[in-house]
Design a protein. Sequence first.
Length: 440
Amino acid sequence: MNIKSISHCQGKGVLSHNNRTFIPKNVDPERTKDNVTFVRQPIAEAYEQCFSAAVERYNAKQKRDDRRIKTSYFENAFNHMPDNHVITAPDKRKSFYEDLVQIGDKSDSGYGTPDYRLVADCLNEYMQGFIERNYNFHVFNAVLHMDEATPHLHIDYIPVGHYNRGVDTQNGLSQALKEMGYTGIDAINKWRIAERKVLEKICNARGITIKEPEKSRGSFAVDEYKKYKDNINSLQAQTEYQQERAEYLDNKIEETTEDFERLLNKKFDLEDKNVELYKNISENTAVLSEQERRIQEDKTELEKIAKKKADVKAVEEIEVKNIPLSKNIAVKKSDYDNLQTLAQKQIVSEKSEKKLKAEVLELKQENQALDSENSALKRKLSEKSGINLTLENASLKQKIGSLEKALDKLYAFVEMLGLSEKLQQFLHPHIEKKKKSMSR
């Protein structure tokens, strides 16, 4: 019977090694031509394909320029230019992930053994369906190495998750796995187990039996082992409960964050409206000043008109003579001309005075309306910039305080159960991996 092992683990993610930019010592250059490249896309181009449209959508929703993303998604997320090595972001996300897949070892499947080509065919078939199965992993580099001791796959991918806040499409391993149906603290292990079963089925179809990973109970006696196993099951159940609780709190934090962003956007809207209100007040004040200037000009004009009114006393002193046998009277030519001039001035003055009084009345009414509008705008501004924002900020602080208390209780509960170490492993998996590698 042809029995072999399967190795499916996380790789280092060095694209220059995978693509043979340089030739390491463990590589046979004569066989490099036999390597199979399935995908080779520059990482900068891959990020542009995955996230550029999402960044555009995010920027289009921002009302403030300082909230827009000015660089590429990669630079914004990792504070680094795209690179052929794995870059780790401040929030522990990696720029890409690599899986290393191998069947057997060099003794039963290595170069020169009868199964060397057989395991390569199995890996080739496995890779052909990988992208379709894992639709939330954007595979940008994948190669089957045939020029080392044993055939093996390097699969490099960017996990693509979808979110309700921030940029709607992001690099997110947990979210990508969740969207493909793998959840919980060990989601990545569940996914690898599922992929192992796919590869095992391919191997079985070609006459290869895959042995189970080796397990041991060490030096425990049977009764001790059962007791130990029961304790593990109990701790596992408690861990699952804490995991569900953590997911619940995570959802609450996400909801609160969404509320915070919503309130923040409201704050920005109010600030924009306040700017508009200040602008309106300024414009109305300018109009008021202009109206007052015009009123003053009209008053000056009225005073001039008053000085030009006909001199009644001068008219009374004009000498008038009756014309015999006629109803008409006779005056001197100079008096007649003077009288005519005064009459014309009087008519013009009366008309101008009437018009100016109407204009003054209209300007006063406009001034009253503008004063009322300014008062209303100032009240509105005061209400929006004061009470509303204060209440919203108080509500937000109360929610955040409640969440912090809930998290403190959770940590205390975990510590009481003796699960603090497991929680640290969950929160900081990269540190635990370093410890394990150092202990080896």
